[in-house]
Design a protein around this ligand. Structure first.
Ligand code: ZN
Length: 471
């Protein structure tokens, strides 16, 4: 609220002193469009829902209530007495924690209009690289806002904004401002700029500045995303050696910041293990083409792995999350991008179920409840938000969704976890609450103007295409 208030003050041109006291120095907010999506918190009880808490000490309720007040979960039970609280009818709905996405390049969101699946020159990597070099901070803001809006509409309440095109401190501010305005909980992973030299370190001074700006904030945290270190220096995203990784990662760890890194093979894991860089503050992305020694090292050092099943299912190599789970590696689920993939946590879980059966013949047992846990509480654990979200536990912040079970695809369902994994789609997400704020109700955004976001985004895409001489 403070950020929104201060932005309005700035835009109104009044009280420069009070605005300066509230905003960081290089605040992007001064030029940001006014389109926030954070209505006030209110007290309410979701009544009569099938409540899946993802909290083993509470269990589930075939017919239960969830009481929310001041942004927090007050109580969960079969019947809650809360006079004065608004009622949200949960009949015919599953009430569960919001999904936690653990890796998403939000800055690429609006580039989908430029892509063509069947033209190799117009797929994800060539498009994002060619246009990404020309992003202004306003472009970054607009793209991230669109990504966050799509996340909300699909029931995601926490996201890991994997920003691997931070072209200046102003771009970083823009992405963070978008996250503050978007209303979701999340981590901003401050990354390099596309095209920067491999022997040039990231802007470590500005990362330290950003850490001070964000401070201790239960809605927004900071980490870094590292360039690849698998020895393939020809990659368009840049690639660094072990020495540069040590320099950048040591700086991040000195600030207490977690680290995330793309891997699609065992090379990076061995380099990191040999350099003593593996640790519980590290998240790796894409568990492809690894081996038993890698899994053992990851489990030993408490490393997290983020699986982006929809995209990975289309890549060469085997998705090895079953082996990793067996070896004790912590696994969560991510969207990756919505430029060439869908934003659909239900499809992510279903893909993992299918891939596991196909690859291991069911030898590795992964239940539908485990899959839902990976998409909620495990994600919160990965991102360090598990004290505040990921389960419907009294005392945690109120990040929850209602999933309709009344559509033809869900009617007559049996086990609710089976239904979520095998039957549900984002179109079944009826209500989305983050930090006690109802951001989506009856499948409609309650506050944000999506059409305005979309129009702004297309304006950015047109300008980027001109600058990149893209045809
Ligand atoms: Zn990625």
């Amino acid at each position: 609220m403070l950020k929104n208030l201060s932005r309005r003050v700035l835009l109104a041109g009044t009280s420069a002193l009070s605005a300066a006291a509230l905003l960081p120095k290089r605040a992007f907010a001064q030029s940001a469009p006014s389109n926030t999506s954070t209505p006030a918190q209110k007290e309410f009880v979701v009544r009569g829902a099938h409540v899946l808490t993802m909290d083993d000490s509470l269990g589930d309720f075939a017919r239960g209530d969830v009481h929310v007040r001041d942004g927090a979960i007050v109580a969960v039970g079969a019947k809650i007495n809360a006079p004065g609280a608004e009622t949200i009818d949960g009949k015919g709905m599953i009430c569960m924690p919001g999904f936690v996405d653990t890796h998403w390049h939000h800055w690429t969101t609006f580039l989908r209009s430029v892509m063509r699946a069947d033209d190799p020159k117009k797929t994800y990597f060539p498009v994002t690289f060619a246009l990404g070099l020309h992003y202004t901070p306003v472009d970054s803001y607009r793209a991230v806002r669109l990504g966050l809006a799509e996340a909300l509409s699909a029931g995601i309440t926490t996201t890991h904004n994997w920003a691997h095109n931070v072209r200046s401190p102003a771009h970083a501010d823009a992405e963070v401002q978008a996250m503050r305005d978007g209303g979701l909980r999340g981590r901003f992973a401050y990354g390099p700029a596309l095209g920067m030299p491999n022997d040039q370190p990231m802007d470590l001074a500005d990362i330290a500045r950003m850490k001070r700006d964000i401070g201790d904030n239960p809605m927004l945290t900071l980490g870094i995303c590292s360039r690849n270190i698998d020895g393939n220096t020809g990659g368009t995203r840049g690639a660094i050696d072990g020495a540069m990784a040590k320099k950048e990662w040591t700086a991040a760890r000195d600030l207490g910041l977690p680290i995330t890194l793309h891997t699609s093979g065992s090379g990076a894991i061995k380099i990191l293990d040999d350099a003593g860089l593996l640790g519980p503050d590290l998240q790796l992305v894409h568990p492809l083409n690894t081996g038993p020694e890698d899994w053992a090292a990851l489990a030993k050092h408490g490393v997290h792995y983020s699986v982006s099943p929809i995209g990975e299912a289309g890549r060469s190599g085997e998705m090895q999350f079953p082996e990793m789970l067996q070896a004790g590696v912590k696994v969560s689920i991510s969207i990756d991008n919505v430029t060439a993939e869908r934003c659909d946590c239900f499809a992510c879980m279903h893909t993992m179920q299918t891939i596991n059966r196909h690859r291991t013949g069911g030898k590795v047992k992964i239940t539908t409840k485990q899959l839902v846990r990976m998409a909620t509480l495990s994600g919160a654990e990965d991102l360090g938000f598990d004290k505040v979200t990921g389960s419907l536990t009294p005392g945690k912040r109120a990040d929850l969704i209602l999933v309709r079970t009344t559509g033809t695809n869900m009617r007559g369902m049996g086990d609710p976890y089976d239904a979520l994994v095998q039957l549900a789609t984002p179109a079944d997400v009826d209500t989305v609450v983050v930090d006690g704020r109802v951001l989506v109700r009856n499948r409609e955004f309650t506050a944000l103007d999506y059409n305005k976001l979309e129009a702004d985004g297309q304006q950015s895409v047109a300008a980027l295409k001109t600058k990149a001489k893209w045809s």
